[in-house]
Design a protein around this ligand. Structure first.
Ligand SMILES: C[S@@+](CC[C@H](N)C(=O)[O-])C[C@H]1O[C@@H](n2cnc3c(N)ncnc32)[C@H](O)[C@@H]1O
Length: 293
C-alpha cells in the first residue's frame, strides 16, 4: 500500500489518509446499490485522477457506512435543534458531508492542516455556507470563527485514533468546556485495528495507512467517556460502524472494528419531543444500514 507518485503534496501520512476516506466513499457511491449517495466524492475522486487502487486495498464499504452514520446523527440533531445551526468538521480532509446534507439549514466550518485545506480549496471550494479554516484542531484557535449564538455540533471522523489517547481526551474535554451545549460525534477503532495499522506503517515507510496510536473495545467506550467527561449530560449513544445496531452485547461490540460515539454537553437543551424525533431518525438510519449495501 504505497503512496502513488502522482499524489498531491500532503505533508504527512495522517494528512494523506483523507484520500483513503474519499476513495472509500467514492467507490461505494459508484455502486448502484451503494451504502451512500455521494456525487461530490465521485467528482473529486475522478478529478484527482490518482491510481488509489494501486495504493489501497479494495474498499469494503467501511468509510461509506461510517459517513452514513455521521450523516444520520447530524440530520437527527438538526431536526432536534429546529433552527439554523453550525457543524464544525475537525480534520475535515476531503469529506463531502456538507453537500450530502445540503437540504439542512446548516453552516459548515471545515478545519484541517494547510496542505489539506489547499487541496480542499482546489477541489471542494468553500461557499456561502461552507468556510475553510487552516488550524491544528487541538489548539481551539478556530473557535474564534464560530458564531456564538447558534447550536453547534462538532465532528471528528477518522481523526482521534491518530492522536495519543491523552490528546483525544483533552480535546473532548475542552470542547465541552468551550460550549456546554455542544454535541460531538467521533469514532474510535479497536486495539487490534490500531495495532495492525502500526505494524503496516512500520513495515512500509510510504504506507497510506498511518499509525493509529490507540484503540478501545466497543464495550469499554461508554465507561471511558464517562471518566473523561463526567459532566456530559448524555452519552447519546454508541453505535457500531459495521452493522448499524445500537443494542449489541459487550462481546458483540468487542468483535467489531470501530464505533461511532456521541457526547452531548451538560448545557445541551433538547427537550423531550425533539429528543424523541432524534431517536426516531436514528432508528431509521440504523434500519437502512442494517439492510447492508
Ligand atoms: C483519515 S482523515 C479523515 C478525513 C475526513 N474526516 C473523512 O472522514 O474523510 C484524517 C484527517 O484529519 C486531519 N487531522 C489530523 N490531526 C489533525 C490536527 N491536529 N489538526 C488538523 N487536522 C488534523 C488530517 O490532516 C486528515 O485530513
Amino acid at each position: 500500500m504505497t503512496v502513488p507518485s502522482t499524489l498531491p503534496e500532503l505533508d504527512n501520512p495522517v494528512a494523506r489518509s483523507c484520500l483513503a476516506s474519499l476513495y472509500g466513499r467514492a467507490v461505494e457511491a459508484m455502486h448502484p446499490d451503494g451504502a451512500i449517495s455521494d456525487v461530490e466524492a465521485v467528482r473529486v475522486y475522478v478529478s484527482l485522477d490518482l491510481d488509489l487502487a494501486a495504493s489501497l486495498p479494495p474498499p469494503d464499504g467501511f468509510h461509506a457506512r461510517r459517513a452514513a452514520l455521521f450523516d444520520g446523527y447530524i440530520e437527527a440533531w438538526a431536526a432536534a435543534v429546529g433552527r439554523p445551526a453550525t457543524v464544525i468538521e475537525l480534520g475535515c480532509g476531503l469529506e463531502t458531508e456538507s453537500s450530502r446534507l445540503q437540504h439542512l439549514d446548516l453552516d459548515w466550518v471545515c478545519i484541517d492542516g494547510p496542505d489539506v485545506i489547499a487541496l480542499r480549496d482546489a477541489t471542494l471550494p468553500p461557499g456561502p455556507r461552507v468556510k475553510h479554516v487552516v488550524a491544528d484542531v487541538r489548539s481551539l484557535s478556530w473557535t474564534a470563527v464560530v458564531p456564538p449564538d447558534r447550536p453547534v455540533l462538532v465532528t471528528l471522523q477518522g481523526v482521534p485514533m491518530y492522536w495519543s489517547r491523552r490528546e483525544a481526551a483533552a480535546l473532548l474535554r475542552s470542547l465541552v468546556e468551550w460550549r456546554s451545549d455542544v454535541a460531538i460525534v467521533f469514532d474510535t477503532v479497536t486495539p487490534a485495528r490500531a495495532a495492525a495499522a502500526c505494524r503496516e506503517a512500520e513495515a512500509d515507510a510510504a504506507s497510506m495507512v498511518p499509525p493509529m496510536l490507540w484503540g478501545i473495545r466497543g464495550s469499554r467506550l461508554r465507561p471511558l467517556l464517562r471518566r473523561w467527561i463526567p459532566d456530559a449530560r448524555a452519552l447519546d449513544w454508541v453505535r457500531v460502524v459495521d452493522r448499524g445496531h445500537d443494542q449489541l452485547s459487550g462481546r458483540e461490540l468487542d468483535g467489531l472494528a470501530a464505533c461511532v460515539a456521541v457526547v452531548v454537553g451538560p448545557g445541551c437543551q433538547l427537550d423531550g419531543a425533539r429528543a424523541r424525533a432524534a431517536r426516531a431518525a436514528r432508528s431509521a438510519v440504523a434500519r437502512r444500514l442494517a439492510q447492508g449495501p
